[in-house]
Design a protein around this ligand. Structure first.
Ligand code: ATP
Ligand code: MG
Length: 214
């Protein structure tokens, strides 16, 4: 049995066409089913639903053979020992620094300056500001980052941006791009050694589908 770890929402939705290209159809809809293990049209393949940030953990420790995880999650956690053969080009967005409109970011984030930053990505943010020579006081949040600068919790946020509508609605402006983000296929190395042929077939079918979409 091959187990593929996905998170509900955009990653699940955008992985479906890639699975279809590999001849795999997921037989239940995670939005209506309460099941966390979904059967597929192939007896030897199942999908498990986990939190986006738990995908690398499941694959690293063998709870899943492969999975789809955002580069944001992989960069934040490090994910050593995971084989990452493919950028799937899905769930595209970017990570950015944003501040309230009117905030003098250039002064606060000058070399030698100091800034308070709220984020779900403290490791990435720490590294980003360290490179600039800016002292950063990090506040770890799990969601609704936009609120932090509006309530005085932080001066800036590091968060994912796609259309920019959420920032705009909260009168925040993007001041720096931290990294481009898309989702990657991650594979457990031991599983790849043990089940080389079936895993390779899935990886190759995904690669071809990604290539054709580009
Ligand atoms: P959880 O709900 O478990 O806290 P999450 O909110 O990070 O996780 P999603 O919002 O589904 O879950 O995000 C999953 C992945 O999709 C992220 O890790 C990121 O790579 C990508 N992503 C997040 N937001 C966007 C966006 N606005 N546009 C495109 N891709 C995004
Ligand atoms: Mg989310």
């Amino acid at each position: 049995m091959i187990t593929l770890a996905l998170s509900k929402g955009r990653i699940f939705d955008e992985t479906l066409p890639l699975l279809a290209a590999a001849g795999i159809e997921v037989l239940e809809d995670p939005e209506t089913s309460r099941k966390l293990i979904l059967p597929t049209s192939r007896d030897d393949v199942r999908v498990i639903l986990v939190r986006a940030s738990d995908v690398p953990t499941y694959v690293t420790y063998g709870g899943a053979d492969l999975g789809v995880a955002g580069l944001d999650v992989l960069a934040e956690q490090g994910a050593p020992g995971l084989y990452q053969p493919l950028d799937l080009g899905i769930a595209r967005c970017h990570m950015a620094v944003a501040v309230p409109a009117g905030f003098d970011y250039a002064s606060a984030a000058r070399a030698g300056g100091r800034i308070t930053v709220a984020t779900k990505y403290p490791a990435i943010a720490r590294e980003f500001f360290a490179r600039k020579g800016v002292h950063v006081d990090l506040i770890k949040l799990y969601g609704s980052m936009e609120l932090a600068p509006l309530t005085g919790l932080a001066q800036a946020i590091v968060d994912l941006v796609s259309s920019g509508q959420t920032l705009k609605a909260n009168r925040l402006v993007e001041v720096e791009r931290v990294m481009d983000v898309s989702s990657r296929l991650v594979v457990n190395q031991a599983a790849l050694k043990l089940h080389t042929a079936p895993l390779r077939r899935i990886i190759d079918a995904f690669a071809q589908a990604v290539h054709e979409q580009a």
